[in-house]
Design a protein around this ligand. Sequence first.
Ligand code: NAD
Length: 262
Amino acid sequence: MKITIADLLEPLARAGEVVVFTGAGLSADSGIPTFRDGSTGLWANIDPEEVASIEGFENNPDKVWAWHESMRSLFAEVQPNTGHEGIAALEALLPNARVTVITQNIDGLHQAAGSTRVLEIHGSVLRIRCHRHCGFVEHWLAGHAAPRRCPSCGAPARPDVVWFGEALDQDVFSLAAQATLDADVFFTVGTSAIVQPAASLAMAAKEYGALLIEVNPYETPFSVHADYAVRSGASEFFPALWKDLSKIVGEPGGQNASKRVD
Ligand code: NAD
């Protein structure tokens, strides 16, 4: 039997681990096109193999840098939306829970909104690193030219983004997998849930007993597995959830607010 939004509130209020798994749709209302937005998408007139793969980087690093620089400058102009903010606000509203954000996004908007535990399984275009993994990682500041060589070992430097065909960072993915297995409530938000292995996390959460909630205006291959499918944008849903939930657990710092008992 499918549940309703009112049924989410008690499980959330009781949860010890809440996971919010996010994709490009969450940032759509901030003005960042999603992957599969047709003619307006970031990938509309571009061959992903040329700009987001190791082969593309080795064949034409200037083209790869230019494409990432254009994303970097787009991201520098946008702000988190009420979806990012509502997710970040869950931390204060649920002080007894650990709220883990697992994101496929590379735009840094969760941290900008105030989320404190963010696992970026596809990396971030706000950082650069050594292509040879010597340990060099640095913030890529807006408006600053990134070094093309690693200052530590001289190998090529590159955006700290996971490209097509590349393995995910194992340390980050292990943390994501652990949070998934521990999850009492698992939201999948703004993702078409077809990019693997990231999408397999949501299935694992369900198998390990989490309540699974999909937030997406459109149906996805994943919808049939969700306990509750929210057919609205994330920027409408999370503020509404926050409002309803705060009536049960009390506003942060308010008289009825729940407190962590250590
Ligand atoms: P996707 O583009 O494949 O799917 C986006 C999903 O978001 C769709 O199912 C769509 O229906 C839904 N959506 C659209 N507007 C929404 C809204 N307002 N609220 C909630 N959902 C909404 O994205 P994906 O599944 O994340 O896979 C794309 C890959 O591309 C990811 O690996 C990601 O790293 C990368 N990417 C990242 C960004 C970013 O960092 N902002 C942007 C584009 C692509």
